[in-house]
Design a protein around this ligand. Structure first.
Ligand code: M6R
Length: 610
């Protein structure tokens, strides 16, 4: 949560910082601010709400300067207001701090500082950092920051500036991401790669308890204790255009349309030349190890968690190992039963989700092997896991996850086949059939978007004025119902719930009445009769039923009020296709309701606090 940027170089910092904040706005958009050093003083500009509000108070001339920091906030301590916005200054405006994370002992520190006559102007935890720097400053900013860090408890990444040392930024990381972008005599500090991509692909990724002292002469890396750190420059393989809207009205729509290409990247290099084998060169897993695992835990949050529910069906079916899927925020508080015979798979697009990271650490502490499925290369979760598989979705900017989800599914498909090959639970013929079906999916998704987008945009009209919607499905279709409901509620603010279709009659059916919208996902041939009965149960209560069904299923199609057809594929692989119309439906309903699609209220893309 919260996005941090910093710049030092010979260009005007204002536009570089504003552009960086624009790329980081997905991390929080309750308020934004920048601070620039100019002619012996620091000028601070802050506004509540989105970045566009800040843009309105900044002109082509103001503020001036070639050194500065910026921040876009997702409020934790203190409501969104100008005093609570970052950058924060101390009592006499000589120091400036932008911060991401939570200082857990801030109340105690604040009381001590107030006793020492420090005057606080905000309700934030962050403000203690800048007052502590004021207290500890003796002519050298990095030394002051080291003494301050020793007093802080919690998770944080922050960047500090001092008026007395105007050509210097000091950045520290503890449990919140921070990178340093490197260009000739220009340096950038940021919470995430998209903020610097326009300027450079070369970055240092800070680890916990590391500090960067950034001046125009270069970057000095050290631990917070003061030991020099020698770190390799990491070269990002993302294209700057990947973090732009490229003519689409919203990032979400662009990312939905990018899905065929994203899927191709997820498959690329992971099939043998003759398409008879799945290959994961990056994994170091022997048949004996797979044989050893008595249980697999999949742990994640939100959409990533939903990909795990699909994976449970795949892994249990193909690899014959029991799978439990857990919500990361619950996992470590219930003393889960893991040991060295357990494989824990943690899934996270951002690689920074605090609950998922905590679950990873919990699993490791109990002796389980941890495999991370991630998207952002170099992010914390992949770096702390024993093994990593990247989904290669490219940067995902919209808060509502689409292409990352579909690529998580693809990676789970590939992993399930790979594990099954190692364990000997899949025949060569079956492997080839599944691989062939997987290879067809990118083109099928492209065709599906082309064929269904206009129809779904029209269908959205009938949802615009609804207060609620129900998604039902069985088996893998239930997992997709969960994701479809999350997409709709997240961006359109319509109350949407997903139910295993057979469970309706145990309570929820009481909510179904005339014209209540029900979206029935019915692609599982082996349980189609049961699903058909459930559709009839809601129709008997006069619900308005839209079905997502396999093309050509006349019997089910005839009974539905509206139909969205998906192309045929292997029964266990339908989920990648089924979710696409649900993403489009959520998008067009939200669009027609005038919602803020890429930045839905109260949310942020990367949830780095518990
Ligand atoms: O970065 P992660 O995959 O760990 O994020 C997990 C969730 O916060 C995320 O999937 C969230 O549910 C999405 N906004 C849903 O669209």
């Amino acid at each position: 949560m919260c996005g941090i940027v910093g710049y030092i170089g010979d260009s005007t910092a204002r536009s570089i910082l504003m552009d960086g904040l624009n790329k980081l706005e997905y991390r929080g958009y309750d308020s934004a601010g920048i601070a620039l050093y100019n002619q012996g003083q620091v000028e601070v500009y802050k506004q509540v709400g989105k970045l566009e509000n800040l843009e309105q108070v900044i002109t082509d001339e103001k503020p001036q300067g070639t050194v500065g920091v910026g921040h876009t906030r997702w409020a934790t301590h203190g409501r969104p207001s100008v005093p609570n916005s970052h950058p924060h200054t101390g009592c006499d405006d000589d120091f400036v701090v932008v911060h991401n994370g939570i200082i857990e002992n801030y109340l105690q520190l604040k009381e001590e500082l107030q006793e020492g006559e420090h005057l606080f102007t905000s309700e934030t935890d962050t403000e203690v950092i800048v007052h502590l720097i004021e207290e500890e400053y003796r002519g050298n900013l990095e030394s002051a920051v080291r003494r301050v860090v020793a007093k802080l408890e919690g998770s944080y990444a922050f960047v500090a500036m001092a008026v007395q040392e105007p050509q210097k930024l000091v950045a520290v990381r503890q449990d919140s991401p921070l990178i340093i972008g490197l260009k000739d005599q220009e340096y950038f500090v940021a919470s995430d790669i998209p903020a610097v991509l326009k300027h450079t692909k070369d970055v240092y990724i800070l680890d916990d308890e590391e500090m960067a002292v950034v001046t125009q002469n270069g970057v000095e890396l050290s631990t917070v204790e003061g030991e020099t750190v020698d770190k390799e420059v990491f070269t990002v393989d993302w294209d700057p255009g990947m973090a732009e809207k490229s003519g689409y009205e919203h990032f979400m729509l662009k990312e939905i349309h990018e899905q065929p290409e994203a899927l191709r990247r997820a498959i690329s290099g992971r099939l043998s030349n003759d398409n008879s084998q799945v290959i994961f060169d990056e994994l170091n897993l022997s048949p004996a190890e797979i044989e050893k695992y008595e249980k697999i835990y999949i742990v994640a949050c939100g959409t990533a968690y939903h990909s795990g529910i699909v994976a449970k069906y795949l892994l249990e079916d193909l690899v014959e190992i029991p799978v439990e899927v857990d919500i990361a925020s619950e996992f470590r508080y219930r003393d889960p039963l893991l040991d060295e015979n357990t494989l824990a798979i943690v899934v996270s697009q951002s690689g920074e989700t605090a609950d998922t990271l905590a679950a990873l650490r919990e699993a490791k502490s109990k002796g389980a092997q941890v495999l991370a499925i991630g998207n952002v290369v170099g992010s914390t979760i992949p770096r702390e896991a024993d093994q990593v598989v990247y989904i290669h979705a490219g940067p995902e900017i919209a808060v509502a996850s689409t292409k990352a989800y579909i690529n998580m599914l693809m990676v789970f498909y590939l992993l399930s086949i790979y594990f099954a090959q190692l364990k000997g639970t899949i025949s060569a013929t079956r492997t080839e059939e599944l691989i062939q079906a997987l290879k067809n999916l990118p083109n099928q998704v492209a065709q599906l978007i082309k064929d269904s987008e206009d129809t779904i945009a029209k269908l959205a009209d009938s949802y615009v004025d609804q207060n609620s919607a129900f998604f039902i499905g069985r088996g893998v279709d239930y997992a997709i119902a969960l994701e479809g409901a999350l997409k709709l509620k997240e961006i359109s603010y319509i109350y949407a719930e997903a139910y295993a279709a057979g469970e309706l009659k145990h309570g929820t059916l009481a909510l179904i009445e005339e014209d209540v919208p029900v979206i029935a996902i019915a692609t599982q041939e082996s349980i189609m009769d049961k699903m058909f009965s459930n559709i009839q149960e809601v129709q008997a209560r006069e619900a308005h039923v839209t079905g997502v069904v396999l093309a050509g299923n006349e019997e089910v199609t005839r009974s539905l009020d509206r139909v969205i057809e998906i192309p045929s594929t292997e029964e266990i692989l339908t989920s990648i296709l089924t979710v696409v119309p649900l993403q489009l439906l959520a998008y067009y309903v939200a669009l027609k309701r005038g919602c803020d699609i890429d930045q839905p209220r109260n949310l942020a893309k990367s949830v780095t606090v518990e």
